[in-house]
Design a protein around this ligand. Structure first.
Ligand SMILES: Nc1nc2c(ncn2[C@@H]2O[C@H](COP(=O)(O)OP(=O)(O)OP(=O)(O)O)[C@@H](O)[C@H]2O)c(=O)[nH]1
Ligand SMILES: [Mg+2]
Length: 393
């Protein structure tokens, strides 16, 4: 059920919506929290607002530090992104998270039989052909991580900020118990690894125009009128709200606070070299039932790395686009690693903004086209392996 906030909390939320700077937003959120009643129905909301405050605070401190050159020394809530995609490695203690980093990156990690060795996020770059993945090991997930226990907020914060997650389990123990734990702790902090049936996007405008609700899908258990009342209760009068798929009133409220997020996931079934691994792998496969891809691996014996790279590319929907200069015979060699659905316009923006403003047309070489090269415009949708030549004024 929606959280049913009292009117003064809704008024405070209006001030959050209207804030112009991160600092002001943070201060208004702190005030807003004082007006949110402390009961079970608002637990997730309060957790999410607190997380947002922490992220803004860290960001502001980071900016200040850059000015003074001093380091805070405190634990990081998120890791700055590098490479084509950032992937959080989540797993129970001893699953082999550090071992994975040691096997595929140059990061400095401590591998140990001792429990809870890693207590801070550790990033490392995995070079996979043309794509660079930034893997981030996180402190182990345990029962209660999603309720704020131990390093839970840090680990789940990294997961929330990442482009995808690796769920790592140890095949020498019951892997189903481990996967269930990881998914349920993620769910508690509103990070979903199963694609939701619907999507809600709230695009705020401050242009003095009206509220527009675009519905391409179906509302579950509520009417359009109720959706509008809910939005207006939160003082959202000037926005475009896009609803697609199947969506409930609670999903819409989640979208206002950006609480729920979806991350593509890959399960890494590690220690496949150990005696019980084959049997346990079958158990895991049966339980997961093709909902999430599973990669059997042994970080110690270094197998499964190639499959992991390929699976990540697929799950994250990464496509490689090669570019060449007009008149040149070959492409530049290093592709752009972009999200599937990327258009020529997105690619052009990625190269330089002048490529968009001075754009004339593009030529695309691709096996899937009946004739290649094909002359296309900015809205042409690219696919993995396409070669593009952009012509500008
Ligand atoms: N047999 C086998 N042992 C492995 C494999 N990967 C890791 N290990 C062992 O598992 C133990 C734990 O490995 P770590 O990489 O430190 O595990 P972790 O998930 O980083 O653990 P924490 O950071 O302490 O939560 C070490 O003794 C590793 O040598 C594997 O593929 N096969
Ligand atoms: Mg570790």
């Amino acid at each position: 059920m929606p959280t049913n906030l009292p009117p003064d909390a809704l008024d405070k939320w209006e001030e959050v919506e209207a804030a112009h700077t991160p600092r002001e937003k943070m201060e208004k959120m702190i005030e807003f929290l004082k007006y949110v009643p402390q009961h079970k129905g608002t637990l997730k909301l309060r957790g999410e607002i607190r997380r947002k405050i922490a992220v803004i605070r860290e960001d502001l401190e980071d900016k200040k530090r850059k000015g003074t050159g001093k380091s805070s020394g405190g634990p990081k809530l998120f890791v700055e992104k590098e490479g084509s995609a950032q992937i959080a490695i989540l797993g129970p203690t001893n699953a082999g998270k550090s071992s994975l980093l040691q096997a595929v990156t140059k990061a400095n990690v401590v591998v140990s039989t001792t429990n809870y060795t890693t207590i801070q996020p550790v990033p490392g770059i995995m070079d996979f052909g043309d794509v660079q993945f930034q893997l981030v090991e996180t402190p182990a997930v345990m029962e209660g991580s999603g309720d704020g226990r131990a390093w839970g907020p840090m680990t789940l914060g990294v997961a929330r900020n990442a482009d995808g997650v690796l769920l790592m389990v140890d095949l020498s123990k019951n892997p189903v118990v481990q996967v269930k734990l990881l998914i349920s702790e993620l769910e508690k902090s509103r990070v979903l690894v199963k694609k939701p049936n619907g999507r809600v996007e709230v695009e705020r405008r401050h242009a003095g125009t009206a509220l527009r609700i675009i519905l391409v899908g179906r509302l579950i258990g509520c009417s359009m009128k109720e959706v509008e009342v809910l939005l207006r209760n939160y003082k959202i009068h000037d926005a475009i709200v896009r609803i697609s798929g199947e969506v409930s009133l609670e999903d819409i409220e989640d979208a206002i606070f950006e609480t729920t997020t979806y991350k593509p996931a890959v399960i890494v079934a590690n220690k496949a070299d150990l005696p019980d691994a084959v049997q346990n792998f079958q158990l895991l496969k049966k339980y997961v039932n093709n909902r999430i891809p599973i990669v059997p691996m042994s970080c110690e014996k270094r197998f499964g790395i190639e499959v992991l790279g390929k699976t990540l590319i697929q799950s994250l929907g990464i496509i490689r686009i090669y570019t060449k200069e007009p008149g040149s015979r070959t492409d530049t060699g290093r592709p752009f690693a972009l999200k599937s659905g990327t258009t020529i316009g997105d690619l052009a923006k990625n190269i330089h903004k002048e490529f968009v403003s001075n754009f004339l047309f593009a030529m695309v070489w691709a096996k899937r086209l009946p004739f290649s090269p094909k002359k296309v415009g900015l809205s042409f949708v690219l696919d993995d392996g396409d070669i593009v030549e952009i012509h500008t004024r």
